[in-house]
Design a protein around this ligand. Structure first.
Ligand code: NAD
Length: 379
């Protein structure tokens, strides 16, 4: 084991952020102790917490800490009831989250969705559709595509209705879907590498029967796949993918898609698990010298409705910490240690309120901190 410190910027943020961060750090400390992993965890403010303490959502000292760290672990930012107090561009979602994404060119978003069979009752699908459990990772291009390409504008144009009828001015809005071969190539590599660590199948989603970007997407992804002969590639149209996620979710391993398609499909896949409190998210950049910088957080937000009550589910952030060990620090076995510990406490019946049904005989209601204790003990 290398003794070079693995530097983590821990930004708890707003709402449930501090509560779930406490538990994620508890679990990382358990890994550090049991497996002698040289973690160096430094906490700093972000979001409204940082606005209150230092006047801005991403203060210079927090950004400086992120720059000298190997990864960022983030609880949540944003409290919508405070939004009117500051202009849009100063709000935490833009001034902190988007800014961090741009600063570190975090072009790949990974959203694993896992439903263990013991939580099958949380899934809206009938049991026979769930097979031995759902386990999908959505890999989404997240700095290009329809959400970022130009031109994007609303303009007045002259509309000709019928010959002889005077033209009239009408508003017309334009968005652009554009991707370069380089952007497609780098996100495809992320998907194939992720599949290689999993069940070795990539489903590349596009709309190649209509969109130019999708035709290029399909060509480039097929080309990249030649470098990963152990990984099976299938192409699927986005509408078929939306249907198949509901009918046959177990056929998917890694789903690779453009920004907008991924935004929609990742949330559709998330619905299969029943609670956003179980779902981690990783945003990663280009690997450099064997290391990949990343920002790891729960898929959900700051959950102000349950903040401060010690009832939030810390599993999303704990699983995000596992992704951080896997993708930023190359510690796949330790990531699995955390994932196995989570699986064990779930199998043992530990349930925060979002996943507790009490109709299940085994369910054992626990608080945020009790869930963190149980997972740390299982390491
Ligand atoms: P949300 O994800 O915070 O909450 C939606 C619902 O899910 C709520 O009922 C909440 O209680 C529940 N929930 C979320 N996380 C949970 C957990 N760990 N355990 C148990 N239940 C959980 O979404 P929202 O209410 O629409 O947004 C609240 C704020 O969070 C907004 O300001 C939004 O902009 C922000 N937000 C931040 C992020 C982020 O930091 N990455 C992501 C999404 C939303």
């Amino acid at each position: 084991m290398s003794t070079t410190a693995l530097k983590i910027a821990a930004l708890a943020g707003d709402g449930i952020g501090p509560e779930i961060m406490r538990e994620a750090i508890k679990v990382l400390r358990a890994i550090q102790k049991k497996h002698a992993v040289p973690l160096e965890i430094t906490e700093a403010p972000v979001g409204w917490d940082a606005i209150d303490k230092q006047g801005e959502a991403l203060p210079a000292n927090t950004l400086a800490l992120c720059k000298k760290s190997g990864a960022i672990l983030l609880g949540a930012v944003g409290l919508h009831y405070r939004d009117s107090a500051v202009p849009k561009e100063k709000r935490p979602e833009r001034a902190a989250l988007l800014r961090l994404g741009k600063q570190f060119d975090l072009y790949a978003n990974l959203r694993p969705v896992k439903l263990p069979p013991v939580l099958a009752h949380l899934c809206p699908l009938r049991p026979e559709r769930q097979g031995d459990g759902i386990d999908i990772t959505v890999v989404r291009e997240s700095t290009g595509g329809l959400y970022y390409a130009y031109p994007r504008k609303t303009e007045d144009v002259l509309e000709v209705k019928e010959p002889g009828i005077p033209t009239q001015r009408v508003a017309r809005a334009v968005d652009t879907m554009a991707l370069t071969a380089t952007e497609i190539e780098r996100i495809a590599h992320v998907a194939f590498r992720a599949a290689w660590l999993r069940r070795k199948k990539v489903t590349s989603v596009d709309k190649a029967n209509i969109l130019e970007t999708s035709i290029l997407w399909r060509e480039v992804v097929t080309e990249v796949s030649r470098q990963y002969p152990q990984v099976t590639l299938e192409h699927m149209l986005v509408d078929t993918a939306a249907t198949q996620l509901m009918l046959q979710p177990t056929r998917f391993d890694v789903i690779l898609c453009e920004n907008t398609f991924g935004d929609i499909l990742a949330d559709e896949a998330a619905a299969l698990v029943g609670s956003v409190g179980m779902l981690p998210s990783a945003s990663i950049g280009e690997p450099r010298q064997g290391r990949t910088f990343g920002l790891y957080k729960p898929a959900g937000g700051s959950a102000p409705d349950i903040a401060g009550k010690n009832v939030a589910n810390p599993i999303a952030l704990i699983l995000a910490a596992a992704l951080m060990l896997r993708y930023s620090f190359g510690l796949d076995p330790r990531a699995r240690t955390i994932e196995n510990a989570v699986a064990k406490v779930i199998a043992d019946g530990y349930r925060t309120q979002d996943i507790c049904r009490l109709t299940e005989a085994k369910d054992r209601p626990v608080s945020t901190s009790e869930m963190g204790d149980a997972i740390a003990d299982a390491i």
